[in-house]
Design a protein around this ligand. Structure first.
Ligand code: XIL
Length: 359
């Protein structure tokens, strides 16, 4: 739990940072320096299907702020594959159509994950069956969007919860049937189907200064090395950034990790940032300031170590966020993890993102 003193220090530092530091350093007239400034880094968000279809303010917000989108759940097996024989592309196609109409990139999330699996996949048995099922899926999905989805989160959340000292791979139907090589298979097929696509491995809980993140980061680091040693076509690493707001960010550990990825020739993306505010103080002005501070403390070492390809959040508005599914507040106040509030007003978190995207 964040003490009151920590909360106030965090709040003060973000306010000072935005008013006198970070924002003040931005060039007043971007056009004057555009010839020298690196290109803006795209900001992206995941998209909920229902409001995309029914809510004009939601679409407006995506159009106003985003240069990149991904369906929140439209490429999950649980959505795409209600039965083994069926593929249901309506959700992902709708996000792609909206992205293309608005000149935004579309990111594919995700091909192989332990989560959101339909019940029929429990019947997958043995390595041949697993490899055949995965191959069919990746061929069909990557093939359909070849040349349109240029970046894929191929394998999502491969590392287990860091309960023990050295977390291993996370249990899944893929791990139990194929062993660690399930990761190799997924990347190799995706690469064969769309050799131009950039293929990422995506993970969370890499950034907190607590008992778990450093162990998880180390296990992830070892996995990345072994994939590269085996010649797996891995192009980059996604830092999800579901920041647990009650902890400080392990700035040094994060910097070293990202710097190492850069040395290995891997690209880096911030793929799903939000700040889980379950245990943060209730008052909105304080809570929003701590949320912005945590995001700044996360993005600063990442950007210092390697320029990420994008900064994306998992949703754009507090109106539609997965955070309360697992992280409801005990005071019953609504969660505020995202850059826009439930009425689409910009929060301090937005200013932090905007600062880094223009850096
Ligand atoms: C979440 C979605 O936001 C929810 O709607 C769904 O019920 C479960 O999955 N890490 C990920 C995302 O990579 O796919 C997860 O998305 C959030 C955590």
């Amino acid at each position: 739990m964040l003490s009151r003193r920590q909360a106030l220090t965090a709040a003060a530092s973000v306010v000072a940072g935005l008013a006198g530091g970070a924002l003040a350093q931005r060039p007043a007239a971007a056009s004057l320096v555009s010839a020298f400034a690196p290109k803006r880094i795209p900001y992206g968000a995941c998209v909920s299907f229902e409001p995309l279809q029914s809510e004009i303010d939601y679409r407006d917000a995506l159009q106003t702020y985003c240069q990149q989108l991904t369906p929140e759940a439209g490429l999950f097996w649980g959505w795409l594959r209600p039965t083994a024989a069926q593929f249901r592309f309506d959700y992902a196609d709708a996000v792609l159509a909206f992205a293309e109409a608005n000149n935004m990139a579309m990111v594919g999330h995700t091909l192989v994950w332990y989560g959101a699996m339909p019940d029929w996949t429990k019947n997958i048995e043995g390595s041949a069956d697993a490899e055949r099922t995965m191959t069919e899926h990746v061929e069909k999905v990557v093939g359909r969007y070849r040349g349109k989805i240029k970046t894929w989160h191929v394998v999502n959340e491969p590392i287990d919860e860091a309960n023990g000292d050295t977390p291993g791979l996370r249990p899944s139907v893929w791990l139990s049937n194929l062993g660690e090589k399930y990761i190799d298979v997924a990347f190799r097929i995706a690469h064969r189907v769309d050799p131009a696509a950039k293929l990422f491995i995506n993970e969370y809980d890499l950034e907190c200064l607590d008992g778990k993140s450093p162990k998880k980061r180390e296990a992830f680091r070892r996995l990345i090395h072994s994939l590269l040693d085996r010649g797996v076509p891995l192009h980059g690493v996604g830092l999800q950034g579901h920041i647990r707001g009650q902890y400080q960010i392990d700035r040094d550990g994060l910097y070293d990790f990202v710097a190492e990825l850069k040395t290995l020739g891997l690209a880096v993306r911030v793929t799903e940032m939000d700040v889980i505010d379950k245990e943060l103080p209730g008052p909105i002005v304080v809570r929003d300031a701590v949320v912005a501070t945590r995001a700044n403390d996360f993005l600063e070492p990442v950007f210092a170590a390697a320029r990420p390809e994008c900064v994306a959040t998992w949703g754009i508005t507090d109106r539609y966020t997965w955070v309360p599914t697992w992280n409801k507040r005990s005071d019953s106040l609504p969660n505020r993890p995202l850059p826009l509030d439930a009425n689409y007003r910009r929060k301090p978190l937005w200013d932090v993102i905007e600062y880094y995207c223009n850096k």
